[in-house]
Design a protein around this ligand. Structure first.
Ligand code: HEC
Length: 175
């Protein structure tokens, strides 16, 4: 059942590329048929795989928007500290429970579109440590924004951004 362990995404991708290079176009058709009911499996938390993947992408999207707001304000000549504070405060909220968003079976083998790489489930402890690092940095960022000092906010923002990047570099498909 656990295809992930025997066939990492990269070799699957390489295989597909090789197949299409050889003119065996049927592979793509089969793949799209397979994903018609992709992610219909129910997880222990009651969500389907597809719901779980889409929910986490939605939360990460919100976190990304908050980060964009903060970044834009920090670049401005007169940063709107209240806007920064509000955006920062939403990050730990939106990241609550992140350790549970990557249940076994919610990787690319599910057939649902996801940028989560299979290595997440091979190195789950390290992945979860990176989740915690981000959550802690985000709390520190909130504290920095409350102080209102733009330089201190900038430093905490870069610190938090580093924790996003540390995870993305290793565990998110680079597209
Ligand atoms: C522990 C790992 C980890 C950390 C920390 C992390 N991310 Fe991600 N992020 C991911 C993974 C994995 C995906 C791909 C999820 C998917 O497609 O199922 C992702 C996807 C995203 C997306 C795209 C969501 C979408 O599909 O539209 C955004 C935006 C994003 N992350 C922003 C951030 C920001 C900002 C931070 C830091 C505050 C952060 N992430 C921290 C692992 C992480």
């Amino acid at each position: 059942m656990n295809l992930r362990k025997t066939s990492p995404a990269f070799s699957a991708l390489a295989g597909l590329l090789l197949l299409s290079a050889c003119g065996q176009g049927g592979e793509a058709e089969r793949a799209s048929e397979d994903s018609a009911d992709a992610g219909a499996t129910t997880l222990p938390n009651g969500m389907t795989v597809k719901e779980q993947i889409e929910a986490r992408q939605g939360q990460l999207e919100k976190i990304g928007e908050s980060f964009k707001t903060i970044s834009d304000q920090l670049k401005s000549d007169s940063p709107d500290v209240a806007a920064i504070q509000a955006a920062a405060a939403s990050v730990p909220e939106n990241a609550t429970g992140m350790a549970d968003w990557f249940a076994e079976g919610t990787g690319p083998d599910s057939g649902v579109e996801t940028d989560a790489l299979p290595i997440i489930w091979e190195e789950k402890d390290d992945f979860l440590a990176k989740v915690t690092a981000m959550q802690e940095a985000a709390v520190a960022l909130v504290a920095a924004t409350e102080g209102g000092d733009v330089a201190a906010i900038g430093a905490a923002f870069r610190e938090t951004g580093g924790t996003c990047k540390a995870c993305h570099d290793k565990y998110r498909l680079d597209d």
